[in-house]
Design a protein around this ligand. Structure first.
Ligand SMILES: [Zn+2]
Length: 78
């Protein structure tokens, strides 16, 4: 009866995950690649490009998630 009982996922607030969940597979892939490519995409450059396209990811959010991704989250790109 209880075979499928598992603890619920611990949900961490993560804007990158929220944004990624709302993107198409193609856009999500592009964003994850951009997040991983720190040389081509500085925190500020990436934040600006995303904001211009209507995605609310600020420089500080990107910087924080790049240095400290949440456990088991899609924002962990490397
Ligand atoms: Zn995350």
């Amino acid at each position: 009866m209880l075979e499928d009982m598992v603890p619920p996922d611990r949900v961490t607030q993560c804007m990158i995950r929220t944004v990624l969940e709302n993107l198409s597979a193609v856009d999500g892939k592009i964003l994850r690649e951009a997040l991983a490519d720190r040389e081509a995409w500085g925190h500020k450059t990436l934040a600006k490009a995303l904001t211009q396209r209507g995605l609310p990811l600020g420089e500080h959010m990107i910087r924080r998630r790049r240095s400290e991704p949440c456990a088991g989250c899609v924002c962990r790109v490397v």
